[in-house]
Design a protein around this ligand. Structure first.
Ligand code: NAD
Length: 490
């Protein structure tokens, strides 16, 4: 770990980050706290309450009371929608403050953190709209029977989120869980609790009844584990590593909980020789180096057709060297500091492994001019074989592996040759090939000649080790509601 003098702490950082339970900011029952680190200096800049089972019990009790006795689950969709729209307004009104706090806490470039804050507002606005547009299903057998479906909120939803783009990913779960009338306990990631601490005042100002939103900070093995094992929490929406997902799956099994799992990835970007090379290079640079490479859908393996391979590698490496690494708070920064020294060590270890597995053509360690902080130069390895660890394992940093292919069949086999299946990106001007490739590639989401931009109505999720179940649009409504069939004979 490297250290340096502290940098100015932005306005709005509380003296201490606390839990929010039943409408009150509270400390842990045992007074425990955890250190929160500034990724630029690796100095502790604030402490957060470290929740344990007692705190989760208290939060679940508050959420359960708000569900069974409070107004929220019984409100008309339009009434809940109004509150959600107010949340969106409040997030938009605070977008710069949110971005400043998120960037300070996570090391994300400020310009990208601002985009994520706006996306969080959009998630609330989208589910506010969707819930009022929701049509109840009806099935008729003429002259004999009418069947219709009652949708009901399920109860207390446990929401467990990771440290990458934390505020936006929290909104992705909070918005549909609340829109459908559930009450929630959110357990944000221990590395990045700062932006989550803003939800309490946002929800209070938006008029969400007390006890509907509860927040418990803390470690996954303590607070997260207690939430997963709480008998009064019938559903868990989790985003994080595949290994953690599988552990949670096992821990939730005795309770037969509803589970939504958004897990890791090692997504391929496949560039065919007929692609628009300049656009493909720009997009694949953005695809792995934006958000510091700490992005579940990062295109961290690039498969390139042999005819353009040498030119692609040369141009790609040159462009990777021009990506601006800098202080996360600078508007011109494109890659900031990685979230935490532990994660920095992990990424650096993979870079050393990569030096024995591939040909280093850009980066390869700490960038010049950054002697301290969790900075990693955008790193590119070429000629990476499919059995290499840097081809198979999720690095979750600004590191990319490039591999050549000779035929479409080989490209497909390489694309599918990992345990993951979250996203895939295909670059070709042959539309027939693009659609057929999309059909065959093992990925929950495919972008054809496109950057990673999502329409919120589409399914979001992965196959294989990248996830279980899909959210997005009506699929999120499905996950957060029970569907009761009512049958009537005519
Ligand atoms: P992580 O699995 O270490 O932690 C995620 C959350 O789970 C944290 O809040 C953590 O405290 C909690 N947790 C840890 N152990 C737990 C346990 N035993 N019981 C309950 N909760 C527990 O993941 P991370 O390092 O924070 O995030 C990075 C990972 O998230 C990457 O693998 C990335 O690909 C994945 N991710 C996936 C998506 C997606 O939508 N598919 C989106 C973002 C990130």
């Amino acid at each position: 770990m490297t250290t340096t003098t502290p940098r100015p702490i932005p306005d709005g950082v509380p003296e201490r980050i606390r839990h929010y339970i039943g409408g009150e900011l509270v400390d842990s029952a045992d007074g425990a706290v955890l250190d929160v680190i500034d990724p630029v200096t690796n100095e502790v800049y604030v402490r957060a309450a470290a929740g344990k089972k007692a705190d989760i019990d208290r939060a679940v009790a508050a959420a359960r009371k708000a569900f069974t006795e409070g107004p929220w689950p019984k409100l008309l969709p339009r009434e809940r929608s109004r509150v959600l729209n107010r949340v969106a307004d409040l997030v938009e009104a605070r977008d710069k403050k949110l971005a400043a706090l998120e960037s300070f806490d996570s090391g994300l470039p400020i310009s990208q953190a601002l985009g994520q804050a706006r996306r969080a507002a959009e998630n609330f606005r989208f589910f506010a709209d969707l819930i009022v547009a929701q049509a109840d299903d009806t099935y008729k057998v003429p002259g004999r029977q009418v069947n219709y479906v009652n949708r009901k909120p399920i109860g207390v939803a446990g929401l467990i989120t990771p440290w990458n783009t934390p505020f936006m990913l929290e909104s992705w779960k909070l918005a549909p869980a609340l829109a459908t009338g559930n009450t929630v306990v959110l357990k944000p990631a221990e590395f990045t609790p700062l932006s989550a601490s803003l939800w309490a005042e946002i929800f209070e100002e938006a008029g969400l009844p007390q006890g509907v939103f509860n927040l418990v900070n803390g470690f996954g093995e303590e607070a997260g584990d207690a939430l997963v094992k709480h008998p009064d929490v019938p559903l868990i929406s989790f985003t994080g590593e595949s290994g953690t997902g599988s552990l949670i799956f096992g821990n939730a099994a005795p309770f037969l909980k509803g589970l939504s799992m958004e897990l890791g990835g090692k997504s391929p970007a496949i560039v065919f020789a007929d692609a628009d090379l300049e656009t493909a290079i720009d997009a694949t640079i953005f695809g792995v180096f934006s958000l510091n490479g700490e992005r579940c859908t990062a295109g961290s393996r690039i498969l390139v057709e042999r005819a353009i391979y040498d030119e692609f590698v040369e141009r790609y490496a040159e462009q990777a060297k021009r990506v601006v690494v800098g202080d996360p708070s600078e508007p011109t920064t494109e890659v900031g500091a990685l979230v935490h020294p532990e994660h920095y060590e992990k990424v650096m270890k993979y870079i050393e492994i990569g030096k024995t597995e591939g040909r280093l053509v850009a980066g390869g360690g700490r960038p010049d001019g950054f002697p301290t902080g969790n900075y990693v130069a955008p790193t590119v390895f070429a000629d990476v074989k499919p059995d290499a660890r840097i081809f198979q394992e999720e690095i979750f940093g600004p590191v990319v592996a490039i591999t050549p292919f000779d035929s479409e069949e080989e490209a497909l086999a390489l694309a599918n040759n990992t345990k993951y299946g979250l996203a895939a990106y295909v670059w070709t001007n042959d539309l027939k090939r693009a659609h057929n490739f999309a059909q065959s590639v093992e990925a929950g989401m495919v972008w054809l000649n496109s950057n990673n931009v999502r329409d919120l109505r589409t399914p979001f999720g992965g196959v294989k080790a990248s996830g279980l179940g899909h959210e997005g649009g009506y699929r999120s409504i499905d996950f957060y509601t029970d569907q009761q069939a009512v049958h009537i004979n005519l």
